[in-house]
Design a protein. Structure first.
Lengths: 110, 117
């Protein structure tokens, strides 16, 4: 199986930058996803990394280091609506069935 | 992105009854559908993976006779919680793959909140 670890909760100020880390242990790595989930709603896709490096998409960027089993999601110019849970999910074991981390609850305050 | 719908969005039922949840891919053919369960402040837990026309593959610890999954077509999968009990109360989410996404991306339905009294 895959072990995925991410912080349980983070807080940040509106307008600031926050980095949410995710570490994983797996064999047969096939990719890493980040999802955003607001309370009571289904997850929505944010990013996908399969090669090392930084993928930038607007205010959100995601980084991957396969050798270190490490990824982070970077959120810039934080807005109140960014308060949500951020899920790191890994395709591992040679499959395309993701294993989800427990999620990081981000609280953005004024 | 592709659209996945779920019905009903919420359901309240008495203990011992069965509840059916539908998951539909509205604008693409989903070769694979996934069913997840999520308890409050917990992550998504995969229950089973289903491919159209074949039996679902259940994750360890998930009772296949209690959680019946049918994937009769490329656009519809159903999850039936049989003889539901209060401990089955949870947020059930389906996702579909094989659509317009470029990265084997899963498209999630809006979820079904089940409350068993």
């Amino acid at each position: 199986g895959q072990n995925i670890d991410q912080p349980t909760e983070m807080t940040a100020t509106e307008g600031a930058i926050v980095q949410i880390n995710c570490t994983y242990q797996t064999s047969g790595f096939n990719g890493l996803f980040w999802y955003q989930q607001h309370a009571g709603e289904a997850p929505t896709f944010l990013s996908y990394n399969v090669l090392d490096g930084l993928e930038e998409k607007g205010r959100f960027s995601s980084f991957l280091s396969r050798s270190k089993g490490y990824s982070y999601l970077l959120l810039k110019e934080l807005q109140m609506k960014d308060s949500a849970s951020y899920l790191c999910a890994v395709y591992g074991g040679g499959s395309y069935i993701p294993t989800f981390g427990r999620g990081t609850s981000l609280i953005v305050h004024p | 992105g592709a659209v996945v719908s779920q019905h009903p969005s919420w359901v309240i039922c008495k203990s011992g009854t069965s509840v059916k949840i539908e998951c539909r891919s509205l604008d693409f053919q989903a070769t694979t559908m996934f069913w997840y369960r999520q308890f409050p402040k917990q992550s998504l837990m995969l229950m089973a993976t289903s491919n159209e026309g074949s039996k679902a593959t259940y994750e360890q610890g998930v009772e296949k006779d209690k959680f019946l999954i049918n994937h009769a077509s490329l656009t519809l999968s159903t999850l039936t919680v049989t003889s539901a009990h209060p401990e089955d109360s949870s947020f059930y989410i389906c996702s579909a793959a094989g659509g317009a996404g470029s990265y084997n991306e899963q498209f999630f339905g809006p979820g079904t909140r089940l409350t068993v009294l």
